[in-house]
Design a protein around this ligand. Sequence first.
Ligand code: CTP
Length: 401
Amino acid sequence: MLRGKKILLGVSASIAAYKAAILIRLLKKNGAEVKVVLTPASLDFVTPLTLSTLSNNPVYSTFVNEDDANAEWNNHVELGLWADVMIIAPATSNTLSNMVTGACNNLLLATYMSAKCPVYFAPAMDLDMYKNEATLNNIAALTNRGHILIEAEHGELASGLIGQGRMAEPENIVEFLINDLKKGLPLTGKKVLINAGPTYERIDAVRFIGNFSTGKMGVALAQQALKYGADVTLVLGPTQVPHVLDGLNVIRIESADDLYKACIAEFEKSDIAILTAAVADFKPKKISTKKIKKTGADLNIELEPTLDTLAELGKMKTNKQILVGFALETNDELNYAKDKLKRKNLDYVVLNSLRDPGAGFGHDTNKVVVISKDGNMVETPLLQKQEVAVAIWNNIIKEHV
Ligand code: CTP
């Protein structure tokens, strides 16, 4: 959800400023790009070096960067425009009040006033200050302005008192942000199951039967579902290609049997399942625990069919669930794909033909026909797999969600 999001973190002078370090790490872990602007007073609580190292970006606390031999102006307008989201955490009583009045006596406040993006603020102060009418009025003024409050939590405060006033824990801020950004997206509240990649069927201790699938199409579909607000589980085979998997619930599997078990276990709680994996149709009947030595003679490996996960999910499917399969064909494509759609009780089948250059295994591109059980067909040109994923999702969303 946060992948590629540009997040500007404003840190003001509270003991909770140390939590900014953890917050930056979590935001980065979720794929966000983070820049930090601090009030000068917050430098007593946290060092710029810690925050610049964690954010992997310079941090800003003054209008002019005086350390530089050629003094440079830190452009608050640029910072404000750069951000997709601004989070002020911790937001002290003083910063809240300056945000309300438009006082602009530090770079954080100037940047806040230049920001055009959604602004979240996480107050931190002592319990009586938090309950004070002035604070309540300031918070109300900011939320009326459209800014989003991340409520302070209850617990032990720096003063030793116990009550509401602690800045929300960084994990809770990130969770709040993700849930808030999901609002209004087409797949918010939906659970999506996707499988991707090849399966490996062991022959002996060192060998397997596999295929050339890289999992790129399935991962693109999973990432797009995440962008559309879904809670996504990705069952991923042993692909050697590095994938960006931030924000996905990933279950790594090796064989067709593993894939079957993982998908059957996850399907019941899923609203939509898309099965892109190139599952082995056969596996060795016996797996040798030792490496099979060559003898000079022929070697016959007896194979038996694997379980068909898609067909099984088709049997389990309720009329509230949507099931999508892929069909990779080399000839008589449309007929084979339509047959799979019916035979496996699917709502959609996505056909790719190995006769189309640039489509199918390994490429960054694909060209597909999405066929629905009602007989509707949508064909894409050759596109990047991410763009094909958008087209597939838009088609499902238009008809079903
Ligand atoms: N599939 C599956 N389990 C298997 C084999 C395939 O879940 N053991 C799924 C794939 O993930 C894909 C769809 O079935 O979504 C079609 O896979 P494909 O290999 O094209 O077709 P098969 O069902 O194997 O049929 P055929 O061999 O006749 O092409």
